[in-house]
Design a protein. Structure first.
Length: 336
């Protein structure tokens, strides 16, 4: 009987019937036998017990619950649960073995979807280990971590001289900084979001910030990860009219009089930032603008600051972790 099962009235009745049958069987055996043989009497009792259990089992099979004691059903359910548990453990164990046996194939499939090969993946792992060795205590630490990224090839830095020019979408630089694809790799997503979150916390009073604004066609995955770290909601600006209301040119909730910061990954022309500034309601206050990298080729950060100051209260701070151009990237790669 299950130790957790409390006997019911039906249990008592059925067990009493069983007891009466056993006692009756013993009495009949003694009455009919000229001499009492203990071994034969025990066999007689066992026969009665097995017959009784068989009858209960048949009744349980046909769902004649009135003839089945509750403790019998409880014991059967417990046994069934144990069998299921063992089957599940066996399945999980075999499943784990399957994944371990084919781990290399799964890794190859994943990196093929990202457009990189195994050598590039090993290089990414190596650079990630070096990045993690640099503690984030100052802005210079954040800049050093980003510098570790720019020595990598695709998917972080794309040397466009190595690509068929007919396939290139962006011709204005040699080294294209790609911080979007890398966000699909969890380890790098954590590192990049940690750098940007650190930049924000070091230069901004988060208690006064309600929302993070990410411009259209910007690095939305980066914004979401930073929002998680800072405990702030993210609002994504739209390039065109809203999906529900034409004047609501953003996805997410942006209430009047909220204080916001604009975040971005790589500032090039500044057009996305300026567009976001123009679409943020005038009643909202822009606390600051933060990005990971500013491309020095066009020096558009000053244009962004000017646009913010024209539309909002002057001297809105703009921060970046690193300033780079093609020459900087080439030099850093040679130093490495």
């Amino acid at each position: 009987m299950d130790s957790n099962h409390k006997p019911t009235i039906k249990d008592v009745i059925i067990l009493s019937v069983f007891g009466i049958l056993v006692i009756s069987g013993i009495c009949i055996y003694i009455h009919d036998s000229e001499s009492i043989i203990i071994g034969s009497m025990i066999e007689h009792i066992i026969l009665i017990t097995l017959s009784f259990i068989t009858l209960i089992d048949v009744a349980s099979y046909y769902n004649w619950s009135i003839f089945v004691p509750d403790f019998f059903e409880a014991a059967k359910n417990k046994k069934r649960a144990q069998e299921i548990k063992e089957l599940v453990n066996t399945y999980i164990r075999e499943d784990i073995n399957f994944f371990q046996d084919y781990s290399e194939e799964r890794i190859c499939f994943l990196i093929s979807q990202l457009g990189i090969n195994t050598d590039q993946l090993d290089q990414i792992r190596y650079e990630l280990i070096k990045m993690r060795c640099i503690p984030l205590k100052t802005i210079d630490d954040a800049a050093e971590k980003l510098k570790k990224l720019v020595i990598n090839d695709y998917p972080i830095i794309i040397d466009q001289n190595k690509i068929d020019s007919s396939k290139i979408c962006y011709h204005r630089v040699r080294y294209y900084i790609n911080l979007t694809d890398i966000m699909y790799l969890p380890d790098y997503a954590r590192e990049l979001s940690a750098i940007l979150a650190f930049l924000i916390t070091e230069n901004c009073d988060l208690s006064s910030v309600n929302k993070l604004i990410v411009p259209y066609d910007s690095n939305f995955l980066l914004a979401v990860e930073v929002g998680k770290r800072l405990g702030k909601s993210v609002v994504k600006m739209r390039q065109h009219n809203g999906k529900i209301l034409t004047e609501k040119c953003w996805d997410g909730n942006l209430d009047n009089n909220e204080k916001v910061i604009i975040i971005h990954d790589v500032l090039v022309s500044g057009e996305q930032i300026i567009d976001a500034i123009n679409k943020i309601p005038d009643s909202c206050s822009i606390v600051g603008f933060f990005c990971l990298i500013v491309r020095k080729e066009w020096d558009k950060k000053e244009d962004v600051i000017k646009k913010i100051s024209q539309k909002r209260t002057p001297h809105i701070p703009c921060y970046q972790a690193l300033n780079l151009d093609d020459n900087d990237i080439s030099r850093l790669r040679k130093e490495e």
